[in-house]
Design a binder for this molecule. Structure first.
Ligand code: 5AD
Length: 386
């Protein structure tokens, strides 16, 4: 028998076989065992705790043309916005007050000097504002709080702003950001190149991930599941990649077709004949199988129950939290901007406020018998501070 909570040293062939057995041959007993074991490993490392990362999608301006994305540069019917700096800092204050622990700033990709300076100011201001809130809350004298103590106060700031020169990454770390999310999208270079314009490369993506880790960031990465042309072997390789790279956070979401994009056309050509609803249901379960595989083979890593899972099933995020995931990302973007940050069709929570998202996720977490670990930064056990 399997020791509950034991991390399993499955290799890529064994993982492919497990995915094939559960996905192609419909072995539901094996699937149930995989999910149960993933939950036992999650509980061993995190107990009932679910970590939050509040996310603010501060700009949809993008200079890239990823073939699947709803805010790609050549998606013409998108109204482009960038939030005012003070607006982002206001969200940070709200996030601290509501004990989010981490604030994730996400946007399209824009490697300009102007954007870098905007981000440096925003990151520094979010840190400053929330450290000040923390100092006041604890009734401390601001003048008596040293740098090391400040570092341990306020919100952790995470960034998800794409591929940038290493000097930009360093400047953003120096401004106070400590975490960075950059999905590899797929660990298969050929598939990556088929989904992205020729100006982008898988190798450069890897260089960025390595630069981020070198600079000292806690690094998150991830992939989409169900990309046209993607195989179960690719998905097993994705998990092997997360492990080998030493990702501190993993985000896996189903690929969802976004109308008027090249990859949606590829998908249509391959899968246009099958029932979309049924396909999406299959993708929910496939995504959670890969999540579960990552949990049982890697162990103490943060794994997100991604928003995209809820786009394909109203209970998608809760289901993932019972199958190996331990992180939720409540959307804190001011409501008026949300309709313009649709990376894929059917993104949920578009008309909600930050407060509604917080309450809704809290309710979902307690419904499955877990609890939101409010106010925690939620470093994963596998992160070793530089
Ligand atoms: N379906 C699912 N996920 C998508 N992303 C972008 N477009 C889509 C889509 N159509 C994901 C990418 C990116 C993240 C911010 O959103 O993985 O890294």
């Amino acid at each position: 028998g399997m020791q509950p909570g034991a991390v399993l040293p499955l290799d890529q062939v064994q993982m492919t076989e497990l995915l094939a057995e559960t996905t192609l041959r419909g072995n539901s007993r094996l699937e149930a065992a995989l999910f149960a074991h993933a939950d036992s490993v999650t509980r061993k490392f995190f107990g009932d705790d679910v970590y939050y990362r509040g996310i603010v999608e501060f700009s949809n301006v993008c200079q890239n043309d990823c073939g699947y994305c709803g805010i790609r540069k050549h998606q013409h019917d998108v109204h482009r916005y960038t939030m005012a700096e003070e607006e982002v800092v206001e969200v940070a204050r709200w996030a601290f007050t509501n004990r989010m622990g981490t604030l994730m700033l996400q946007s399209g990709e824009l490697p300009t000097q102007k954007r870098l300076e905007y981000l440096q100011r925003v990151v520094a201001a979010c840190r400053e504002a929330t450290v000040a809130q923390d100092i006041e809350q604890r009734g401390l004298d601001p003048k008596a709080v040293g740098a090391a103590e400040r570092e341990a106060m306020g919100l952790r700031i995470a960034l998800s702003v794409g591929e940038l020169p290493r000097a930009h990454y360093q400047a953003l770390y120096d401004a106070g950001a400590r975490r960075y999310l950059l999905r590899i999208e797929t660990s298969n270079p050929e598939l990556y190149h088929a989904l992205h314009p020729s100006s982008m490369s898988w190798e450069h993506r890897i260089e960025c991930l390595e630069a981020l880790r070198d600079v000292g960031f806690q690094v998150g990465t991830g992939v989409m599941v169900g990309l046209p042309g993607q195989t179960l072997c690719d998905l097993a390789a994705d998990v092997a990649f997360f492990k080998q790279f030493g990702a501190n956070m993993i985000g896996m979401g189903p690929y969802i077709t976004e109308p008027n994009t090249p990859v949606a056309e590829m998908w249509q050509a391959l899968h246009g004949h099958i029932d979309k609803k049924e396909h999406m249901n299959a993708m929910l379960h496939l995504t959670t199988r890969v999540n579960a595989l990552a949990r049982v083979t890697i162990g103490g890593v943060n794994i997100t129950a991604t928003t995209a899972l809820q786009a394909i099933d109203p209970n998608g995020r809760e289901i993932a939290l019972r199958r190996g995931a331990n992180v939720l990302m409540p959307i804190l973007t001011p409501t008026k901007y949300r309709e313009n940050y649709q990376l894929y069709e059917g993104k949920p929570c578009i008309t909600d406020t930050a407060d509604e998202c917080r309450k809704c996720l809290n309710a979902r977490v307690s419904m499955i018998g877990k609890r939101a670990k409010m106010g925690a930064w939620g470093d994963p056990p596998n992160f070793v501070a530089p």
